[in-house]
Design a protein around this ligand. Structure first.
Ligand SMILES: Nc1ncnc2c1ncn2[C@@H]1O[C@H](COP(=O)(O)OP(=O)(O)O)[C@@H](O)[C@H]1O
Ligand SMILES: [Mg+2]
Length: 241
């Protein structure tokens, strides 16, 4: 094994040969996830650091992000159903999304900004709906084949404020503040299990631009850390399937 010089170890630069980075955004309905993702993309693309500005940025979402997964999204949002059915549909959409959109983008070296991911499934289907946490986690692992986000932002907001902002209601918004409060607690449980992956943003105290600035600074910091200069974060996932 080659031993790196101390100087090389101390280097704090963005990766010179970019590898993909998966960044996910979580929060209750109306917390500002979609707004933040759009603003963060602009900040990356307009960054004064070329190594960031030149990277491909992919915006995607769950459930969705491919033709088939968007169809599954319509099915989930349009119908009430058994919680297990709902869970399996989310995981089916996720497997498709990873295979068709996320993994190819990471292999190209893109920064993938994903609106909701595995933590939403834990927060909604387990913590709020009551399915066993371990089962949901296990199914998340199957659907992603072990791929974990490099960074997960939690837009933390009083669910009542978020719901009041939302104009178009799906059946999840219609379940009201008490349900969203359980979802919020579910995100906090996820954070306790894996604190290093999460960055909490106080969506109550900051406006949309301040949140985007904070997220951009956190992203830059993570990408310049030594742990961030590794090959694509593909986890245990095999390169081909
Ligand atoms: N920081 C913020 N402060 C006030 N309003 C916001 C903020 N972020 C987003 N909004 C507004 O709140 C609504 C929901 O935002 P959105 O980004 O769609 O939330 P989400 O994707 O989390 O459901 C939109 O009308 C948006 O313009
Ligand atoms: Mg949204």
């Amino acid at each position: 094994m080659r031993i790196k010089s101390r100087k090389a170890n101390r280097r704090r630069t963005l990766t010179p040969s970019p590898s993909g980075v998966l960044v996910t955004f979580e929060g209750t309905e109306g917390a500002g996830k979609s707004t933040l993702i759009r603003k963060l993309k602009e900040r990356i693309e307009q960054s004064s650091d070329d190594r960031l500005a030149q990277r491909e940025v992919v915006l995607t979402r769950e459930p969705g992000g491919t033709a088939v997964a968007e169809k599954i999204r319509e099915l989930i949002l349009g119908h009430g159903m058994d919680p297990w059915t709902e869970l399996f549909l989310y995981e089916a959409a996720r497997a498709e999304h990873l295979a068709i959109t996320v993994i190819p983008a990471l292999k190209r070296g893109a920064i993938v900004l994903c609106d909701r991911f595995t933590d939403s499934t834990l927060a909604y289907q387990s913590h709020a709906r009551g399915l066993p946490w371990k089962s949901v986690k296990a199914l998340n692992e199957f659907a992603t084949q072990g791929l974990h986000p490099r960074i997960t932002f939690h837009l933390d907001l009083d669910p009542a404020i978020g719901l009041a902002r939302v104009r178009e209601q799906t059946r999840f918004e219609a379940e009201g503040v008490a349900f969203q409060a359980k979802v919020r607690a579910g995100f906090k449980k996820s954070q306790k299990e894996d604190p290093n992956r999460w960055v909490r943003l106080d969506a109550q105290r900051k406006n949309a631009d301040e949140l985007a600035d904070a997220a951009f600074e956190a992203l830059k910091k993570r990408l310049t850390r030594r742990s961030g200069i590794r090959p694509p974060a593909l986890g245990k996932r095999k390169a081909s399937r």
